[in-house]
Design a protein around this ligand. Sequence first.
Ligand code: G6P
Ligand code: MN
Length: 460
Amino acid sequence: MRLTILGGGGFRVPLVYGALLRDRAEGRVTHITLHDLDGARLNAIARVLADQGAGVPDAPSVTVTTDLDEALRGADFVFSAIRVGGLEGRAADERVALAEGVLGQETVGAGGIAYGLRTVPVAVDIARRVARLSPGAWVINFTNPAGLVTEAMSRHLGDRVIGICDSPVGLGRRVARVLGVADPARARLDYVGLNHLGWLRGVYADEGSGTGAGAVNLLPALFEDESALTSFEEGRLFGAEWLRSLGSVPNEYLHYYYFNRETVTAYREAKQTRGAFLRDQQARFYDGMAERTSAEGALAAWDHTRAEREATYMAENREAAGAGERAADDLESGGYEYVALALMRAIARDEQATLILNVRNGTTLPLLDEDAVVEVPCLVGATGARPVAVSPLTGHEAGLVAAVKAVERCVLEAGESGSARAAVKAFALHPLVDSVGVARRLLDGYRSAHPGLGYLRSGA
Ligand code: G6P
Ligand code: MN
């Protein structure tokens, strides 16, 4: 089994490799090809993997390349985790939006639109190459904004591309734990929405035993229990009272919507934005790695940087909400790489696992057309991922999902046709951008900040 990782010099690649090293079952990945545009980053990550794999029998072999077509040929799975424009680009996405007084965030609001506009043409190019060079491969997309990018790629790869995110899994795991479900992986989660815009509306497990996918919805009991409500991340972030009002548990990214004013203020007042912090932190890591001559100690250096990164994840939101530190067990990884691996296994071994994934809607949500990529629980086996039934969206959920999907469609149109008008429309229609004038200035600001947006033509 051959896995190709695009963005192979990326910081999270060792998480995936670590999960692969622990996988001893038949049909596991035996070879990894890391692809990246940046050879120095590739070498740095290859050293960490060498240190990780030292002494592990049958560790998957690793090759590196900067040639995309070479990386894609012969792949069974292609894992795409690229960052177009790098962390410098992420910092600019945040800065330009915040200067206009609107949210600048990696995937949400104006920042997410700018990131999408940069990424769609690149993702489409990758999808076309996969279709030509490795038509039988499954593409697992983690490239953000993941829902939008998965939809762009699905126009060329159909259901062969599946988008992943760790946030719904983390949410499900945290809530199931609070509800006393013994095996969260076996509970049926009624979760639905778009990537980074979803709600958990039900947790179905056998009452008492806490295992199996029984018919009892345990979630309503959570809203009766004040101390349980504030004992997990989303509860502290949104507050017990707001969760009761919603009657669901929102994805943590909805904090940017429900507390937009507070997060924008916190982001503007922060010493550094998240993107700028990570740009500097990661540069120190990669520079340090470039000075190394061997793999020894590379894993420890990586792990130190990883711990700091995780501890500061969404720190401004938590501060704005008075939520305090993130709980220690939320810092344990097992999110992102867990979903990627569980998905690969379920396809390769026809395991019939249920995972929350980004796939084409089909007839799941009547509100959206069949090709719209949504984030829903899916049954996964050898033939891919098929959405399972979820309860209907409430009026509020439907409103936000429809509004944000309309924005995504404008980004896709701009990315595919080069229309600057569609790009302005994307910014202007977003619920977190409050004026068409602001939208126009945002596009101007982003065009000066990002050479990669030069493809957008005015008057078109
Ligand atoms: C979660 C989200 C990802 C996002 C990441 C940002 O894992 O699911 O989509 O990219 O957080 O974390 P960072 O440490 O880069 O701010
Ligand atoms: Mn995500």
